[in-house]
Design a protein around this ligand. Structure first.
Ligand SMILES: C[S@@+](CC[C@H](N)C(=O)[O-])C[C@H]1O[C@@H](n2cnc3c(N)ncnc32)[C@H](O)[C@@H]1O
Length: 169
């Protein structure tokens, strides 16, 4: 991957593991996300970090799967962090300065670099959705779209957050 090795090179205190030789499952990329950000330095660290309008292009033959989506004010967008390394189990995020396990982070670096954001849906035009609330690089592959239901997706009784949601590497 371009930039993967240098941008995501392990830091002191990080642990990389050998990944399995084969995958357990395959996924279909169903679209492409267009954003204003071409480098990680420019990219917001989480979906609340920018009000930029981004475009989600859903590829054929999946356009028909968008029927009815305009009824929702917010969507859950699932995407694939295609430029992230996948082998770190312990990471030292810059904002923490100490090691933390990958599954206790929102870092894009993980065995399955699947990301999600809850976005505000502004407009649907054919196979293109205009949304606010993404934090990914331009041309990030789209894995799935789901309607956001506050009644289901927000527990409403969360304890105070531990750590910062600004949890890239
Ligand atoms: C901290 S992650 C959070 C992703 C998602 N909101 C989540 O919580 O699952 C966001 C960061 O991932 C990095 N990133 C964005 N798009 C990427 C891509 N296509 N490949 C690798 N890294 C990416 C950028 O550094 C960005 O700031």
């Amino acid at each position: 991957m371009p930039g993967k090795d240098d941008e995501y090179a392990p830091r002191p205190g990080e642990i990389a593991v050998a990944l399995p030789a084969s995958f357990n499952a395959g996924i279909y990329f169903i679209g492409t996300i267009r954003t204003p950000w071409r480098t990680r330095a420019d990219c917001p660290k989480n979906g609340r970090g920018s009000e930029a309008v981004c475009t989600i292009e859903v590829h054929e033959p999946y356009g028909a799967a968008l029927a009815g989506i305009e009824a929702f004010s917010h969507l859950v967008v699932v995407y694939f962090m295609d430029r992230a390394r996948r082998d770190l189990v312990l990471q030292v995020p810059r904002h923490l300065g100490e090691p933390r396990g990958t599954f206790a982070l929102r870092s894009p670096v993980r065995p399955n670099p699947i990301a999600l954001s809850v976005v505000r849906l502004l407009k649907v035009e054919n196979n293109r959705l205009s949304v606010v609330g993404l934090d990914c690089l331009d041309e990030t592959p789209l894995v799935d779209l789901k309607p956001y239901y506050a009644s289901v997706d927000s527990t409403g009784d969360e304890p105070p957050e531990t750590g910062s949601p600004i949890a890239s590497r």
